[in-house]
Design a protein around this ligand. Structure first.
Ligand SMILES: Cc1cc2nc3c(=O)[nH]c(=O)nc-3n(C[C@H](O)[C@H](O)[C@H](O)COP(=O)(O)OP(=O)(O)OC[C@H]3O[C@@H](n4cnc5c(N)ncnc54)[C@H](O)[C@@H]3O)c2cc1C
Length: 389
């Protein structure tokens, strides 16, 4: 009998639990601190029957069909191309910024030479990070890049990350592109979906296996201890053969190299006796005071549009603080040179044990989307397989 402990019931932990349970026919225990499964992708119905994603809006999008094929084992999926608008200078403009946004911001006449320059410089590319516009040799393109940067990007990024854009890792800043066409979709991946009955149902199906025990409302740190001298992990005093950890790695090692920085979100809800209040499902507010986005969840599910009530969630980014109930969830790792140096120390600490597998956004301290988490969890399982043989 092997003792296998998986910490976290989000995508990373749930996928690995399922794969081990199914392919090795051995028992695994999933420990989850929250009162529910699903990690940050968890959703639940509110009193009006509207499906709310409690930790912010989530959309599946990937170019890797393997991810979709895997998820279809646990839920039907429906195609969904999410749309976003940004509220700038009192007007709604499309996000990501596309050629239409440009015409709105600079006027039709000025857009003519700019369109020509962009089409020439970025020929054959659908989306280009705004940073590339800022570094263009063409003055017209550079000026437009600066306009976007100042009007939308600098303020949004500073609010989101709590530090100036210059200090943030390039990989994060590259996530904000401009569409080199009139494409109105927020994301432009080959496969864009939502689960038919929500994410939580998908997780329920994934974790529904005779070999998986899920313990909710249970903090793994109250059970795990380390015998550092002999490189042994213990769970309630018993030796652990395999620990899959998907939480915050600095917390696993009692912050011995210092706290890693994370951003949190205070999500506030407003209820309306109206059918619909926002012009599309998500609005970004780069110029607003304190908040970054508003989401009207009802607009995700077409059948709900007839309901005469609605709810809007507003995201206020905050520094992660485990002692503050408004900011005690580490949503986003803050990637700076310094934080990545500290992360490496924790990684080396984990390697000393030989049987700790780190997986997911928090444990790997990377800004992963769900598709990447799913790919990684499947890859990590291949490594775990070798260990369990
Ligand atoms: C606001 C927001 C919007 C997003 N939108 C999208 C999107 O549209 N598309 C997309 O692809 N991705 C999106 N993401 C990213 C997505 O949420 C993550 O990629 C994914 O949920 C990470 O899964 P995970 O299993 O690695 O981590 P998590 O979902 O964070 O799961 C980790 C779990 O471990 C548990 N845990 C931690 N420590 C302990 C402990 N000591 N004991 C017990 N349990 C513990 C936590 O409670 C948590 O449930 C978004 C993220 C945020 C924050």
């Amino acid at each position: 009998m092997k003792k296998i402990i998986i910490v976290g019931a989000g995508f990373s932990g749930s996928i690995i639990a399922r794969k081990i349970a199914e392919e090795f026919d051995i028992k695994v225990t999933v420990i989850e601190r929250r009162k529910h499964i699903g990690g940050n992708a968890y959703d639940e119905y509110d009193e009006n029957g509207i499906l709310i994603q409690k930790y912010g809006p989530h959309f599946l999008n990937t170019n890797n069909y393997k991810v979709i094929k895997f998820l279809k084992n646990y839920s039907e999926l429906f195609r969904y191309d999410v749309k976003l608008l940004s509220f700038i200078d009192g007007n709604y403009v499309r996000l990501p910024f596309n050629f239409r946004t440009m015409q709105q911001l600079v006027g039709d006449e000025n857009s003519v030479p700019l369109l020509k320059a962009l089409r020439t410089e970025f020929a054959g590319r659908d989306r280009v990070p705004i940073f590339e516009l800022l570094n263009s040799k063409n003055e017209n393109i550079r000026n437009y890049g600066e306009l976007l940067f100042e009007k939308a990007y600098r303020t949004y990024t500073s609010k989101q990350w709590g530090i100036p854009p210059e200090q943030i890792d390039k990989s994060v800043l590259e996530r904000v592109p401009m569409a080199m066409n009139f494409d109105e979709r927020y994301l432009n991946k080959d496969f864009q979906y939502l689960p038919q009955n929500g994410f939580t149902k998908l997780f329920e199906n994934m974790l529904d296996h005779k070999n998986i025990d899920v313990e909710l409302d249970s903090d793994a740190f109250e059970h795990i201890s380390f015998d550092e001298k002999n490189s042994i992990i213990k769970y309630d005093g018993e030796n652990v053969d395999l620990l899959v950890f998907t939480g915050a790695i600095d917390e696993l090692f009692s912050l011995k190299y210092g706290r890693l920085p994370y951003r949190s979100l205070d999500i506030q809800y407003e209820y309306f006796n109206e059918e619909k209040v926002l012009p599309c499902e998500i609005i970004s507010y780069p110029q607003a005071d304190g908040y970054t986005r508003k989401t009207e969840y009802k607009q995700f599910t077409y059948e709900m549009k007839k309901c005469d009530k609605t709810v809007v969630a507003t995201e206020y980014p905050l520094e992660y603080d485990p002692t503050d109930p408004k900011a005690n969830i580490p949503y986003y790792p803050v990637l700076t040179e310094e934080s990545q140096e500290t992360y490496k120390k924790y990684l080396d600490e984990a390697k000393k044990y030989g049987n700790i597998f780190l997986c997911g956004r928090l444990a790997e301290f990377k800004y992963y989307n769900m598709d990447i988490c799913i790919e990684h969890a499947l890859e990590k399982f291949e490594e775990i397989k070798e260990k369990l043989k």
